[in-house]
Ligand binder design. Sequence first.
Ligand code: ACO
Length: 402
Amino acid sequence: GLNISSLLKETGLVTLDTGFMNTASTTSSITYIDGAAGILRYRGYPIDQLAKGSNFLETAYLLIYGELPDAETLEAVERRIKRHTILHEDFKAFFTAFPSNGHPMAILQAGIAALATYYQHTLDPHDDYQRELSTVLLMAKVPTMIAAIAKRATGLPLLYPDASKGYVEDFIRMTFGLPYQRHDIDPAVVKALDMLLILHADHEQNCSTSTVRMVGSAHANVYASVAAGVGALSGPLHGGANEAVLEMLNKIQADGGDASEFMRKVKNKEGGVRLMGFGHRVYKNYDPRAAIVKEAAHDVLAKLGKNDELLEIAMGLEEIALKDDYFIERKLYPNVDFYTGLIYKAMGFPTQMFTPLFALGRLPGWIAQYREMIADPTTKIGRPRQVYTGAPERQYVPLDQR
Ligand code: ACO
């Protein structure tokens, strides 16, 4: 194929494409998006089929290894992950070192980076054993870590992982359960969260995934690379949008629930306010994930017997947007996170835990992309060029002469 970068290298020219609007940073065989048509596939499988039929661990396997596992393989993978879900005891002290109101994403980023200090025998991605073990360790320990972070915020005691429970079920148990107290987990909640994790599992070269690849391109270990991805994900223009959506809905409700007044502000760009959970760099059509989440939001709220006025407000905003020229001209539709927060809230997650849930979902995608990059012999260190706009050469003036 045509390689523009090697052509340009010979001429000394560079392309300037801020925000990578049209520049591919890599080839990849993991995820396919057709933004105009609203299509998303993992390894060729349409997202709606996976959301309906698969489960999070199976989808994680598919993303990381390229094929759906057979029953025996999936069971073996699950068993192996279960053997590693416990966090080192010293992590308890690690969590208490942060202010209890510190944002969970900041603690998660630090916690994932810190795994490199506990599992120093798994840092070389070019070694088959180390690479496979680090994949298992991340999948196993991140849910335990997120549950511990949630507990730390409330001051409630931590629960240890229970290998007899399902992956998502145990995450919910560790997050909400208490020692010596029975905690019945609604299978509908487990199923809904599992499905949301599938929807977030990969999205090709988004901001956090490109960050994981960028850091990994320097041959940084997978923990350092994924931790960097968590940092990118925390931004409100990316994963932080799910939290920002709920804050926006709360504010509209507190201001009297008038969606049209809020939309007027958005369209006039008053104070740079945006309709959070709307718009996407790649989708110029309805985000296929948002359609699935919207349906699930109705289902889950109905099943849990929760009647949330915020869902009405969200639907009102969408209804206005779909008929309004501002949004039509700019092709702005709900993205995956417009409706997720309402489900997480109904499940009982505090708002600050929404983006860590996104991180848990995106984890297999980050791992898969890191591994694909490491396995590709043509990978080079990521090192963009720039177009310099600063001062021309000038002479240094000593301090006493300025
Ligand atoms: N509300 C109002 N206007 C918007 C919105 C929005 N949510 N999104 C884009 N626009 C407008 C911009 O103001 C701009 O208008 P202009 O041409 O008059 O200047 C036009 O649409 C194009 O927007 P850009 O910012 O250039 O689009 P870009 O591709 O750079 O940004 C992004 C995409 C960051 C997702 C943007 O749509 C946004 O900020 N959305 C809200 C935050 C959000 O929901 N993020 C989650 C993204 S999905 C994810 O990470 C899961």
